[in-house]
Design a protein around this ligand. Structure first.
Ligand code: HPA
Length: 292
């Protein structure tokens, strides 16, 4: 490890946070566009602005606050990342994924990652939640993968298996908890695009054809890096809008995305809390239907 290596920078960020946070996180939670309210529910919160953490990039997008909130939720020590940076802001994939490496360095073994997404599956409605079963990394297939760069064995393997990025057990628990809480939660495949322009109708037809249920502009780089660090990953999308088709030629706007995400954030919080409770007591929420 040299002073210019990624591993070194991760250590610097983690060391700053160790000095600021009263407890080290067991779970990292990333909140997407409009989903910030869950961070307000953290108990005994310590708020650290990204600008005060070495090497953290600060988001330029409205709806993305740029704070790390440490504390507990359901008795589990968590670090909540309120706001993230994206490829379309001009940041590198290493910058985008740097907070995930830092959370892992602090001790987080589980990553719960959320986003706002457009619904491609014709049965999805705005306000639904979708638990990610798999993803399609379109920028990755075209040469933009966060693991491109110098090989640093300290951080993970060179050739990462990605055949099952999302943890089966956490996914089943999230679905069961959502169903019991009366939240409309589906399961599906998330396709990531670079953005920031939304998709054309032809692109929407293409994404449906290749098997995507929802489309968004985030999450996948962080999931790749979390798997590189061998964290267990749960991904949840809020379907903020349905994609345009010839029969349903709707427009999409960032304002609409934010307002639907904010309205869906209570259901999302119920699921995240249930999953956290289940980490302390796995029998509390198995898919067979124990009380959450
Ligand atoms: N497309 C891409 N990203 C999105 C969308 C969408 O329709 N909605 C929210 N994020």
């Amino acid at each position: 490890m040299t002073t210019s290596s990624l591993a070194y920078r991760v250590r610097e960020a983690a060391s700053t946070l160790r000095g600021r946070l009263p407890a080290l996180p067991r779970v990292g939670i990333i909140l997407g566009s409009g989903l910030g309210p869950l961070a307000d529910e953290v108990e005994n919160p310590t708020v650290v602005p990204y600008a005060e953490i070495p090497h953290f990039a600060v988001s330029t997008v409205s709806g993305h606050a740029g704070q790390l909130v440490g504390g507990t939720l359901e008795g589990v020590p968590v670090a909540v990342l309120r706001g993230r940076v994206h490829l379309y802001e001009g940041y590198s994939l290493q910058q985008i994924t740097f907070p995930v490496r830092t959370l892992h360095r602090l001790g987080a073994e589980v990553l719960i990652i959320t986003n706002a997404a457009g619904g491609l599956n014709p049965s999805f409605r705005a306000g639904d939640l979708m638990v990610l079963r798999d993803h399609i990394n379109l920028p990755g297939l075209a040469g933009l993968n966060p693991l491109i760069g110098a090989d640093e064995p300290e951080l993970g393997v060179r050739f990462l298996d990605m055949s099952a990025p999302y943890d089966d057990e956490l996914r089943a628990r999230a679905l069961a908890i959502g169903a019991r809480a009366g939240v409309s939660v589906r399961e599906g495949v998330y396709a990531v695009v670079a953005g920031p322009s939304y998709e054309t109708r032809a692109e929407i037809r293409y994404l449906r054809t290749i098997g995507a249920d929802a489309v968004g502009m985030s999450t996948v780089p962080e999931v790749i890096v979390a798997r590189h660090e061998r964290m267990r990953v749960l991904g949840i999308s809020v379907i903020t809008n349905v994609a345009a088709t010839e029969e349903n030629p709707v427009d999409v706007s960032h304002e609409e995305v934010l307002s639907v995400a904010e309205r869906a954030s209570a259901g999302l919080a119920a699921i995240v809390r249930g999953v956290l409770r289940s980490l302390n007591d796995p029998s509390s929420s198995d898919a067979a239907g124990g009380e959450a």
